[in-house]
Design a protein around this ligand. Structure first.
Ligand SMILES: [Zn+2]
Length: 249
């Protein structure tokens, strides 16, 4: 039994009962936790805004037998830009789903906490929310051990810095020599030099520089396609939330 304090991002809020909320909270010290917020959906509840999805708040939590309850919460940043634009809201909800699936509960995870903070700040102002989300998603996968191997040819070991051939099924990459290509199993795609360089940037850049890049349309589109396929293959799950964006266009 303990009272704890933690700053955290609300990744998901689910209604329970008449007026309560169950929130998925990403904290720096305690990782991803689930907490009940009693009465948080009442219009006059002090928890109404601070436990709303995407909010960053300062929480006082009660922890007992593996369950958390919100005692109080002070709103730091509501990220209103994500609520006021349906396109951005869908992007953020998708990213939250990937974070929740990719992180293990109750393990301290400062890197993921910081990535979420940088990503939602970027998304809040982004002119290209879809590119922002795929950048953040590829970075999360890389940080959690699912980095696409694009640095060296998987067969001859040569450093790669132009276009490459990539197989999702075997998560392997080949240089363009015919000998190495013949060893690459499964359906292959040809990643342009620009796309491969962009993916390397996303997996390696210091966090404050993660979103500081510009790409031509072809690279943007191939990057997004790569990110979608890599996510599906690695998580063995089809994510459908972003399909809603097509109906909005
Ligand atoms: Zn090779």
């Amino acid at each position: 039994m303990a009272h704890i304090r933690a700053k955290g991002f609300v990744l998901r809020d689910q209604p329970i009962g008449d007026a309560d909320r169950l929130i998925s909270l990403l904290t720096s010290q305690y990782g991803l936790i689930t907490a009940a917020a009693r009465g948080a959906r009442r219009s006059r509840s002090p928890l109404l805004a601070s436990t709303q999805v995407f909010a960053l708040s300062d929480f006082e939590l009660f922890h007992h037998r593996g369950r958390y309850t919100v005692d109080s919460a002070e709103l730091i940043e509501p990220f209103l830009g994500l609520h006021q634009d349906i396109y951005k809201m869908i992007c953020a909800a998708h990213l939250a789903e990937v974070f929740i699936d990719g992180l293990r509960d109750d393990l301290p995870d400062r890197a993921s906490y910081e990535l979420w903070g940088w990503s939602t700040s970027e998304l809040n102002h982004s002119d290209d929310p879809l590119l922002t989300v795929h950048t953040a998603q590829l970075r999360l996968l890389s940080q959690t051990g699912l980095k696409p191997p694009l640095d060296h040819c998987g067969f001859c070991g040569t450093n790669l810095n132009g276009s490459v051939l990539f197989s999702y099924a075997t998560a392997s990459v080949s240089c363009l020599s015919s000998k190495c290509q013949s060893n690459l199993k499964g359906r292959r795609i040809h990643l342009s030099g620009g796309t491969a360089a962009c993916i390397r940037h996303i997996t390696q850049a210091p966090l404050p520089k993660l979103f500081s890049f510009t790409v031509i349309e072809d690279v943007r589109n191939q990057l997004i396609e790569f990110s979608e396929n890599w996510l599906t293959e690695q998580m063995e799950k089809k994510y459908t939330r972003l399909d809603m964006l097509k109906d909005l266009e």
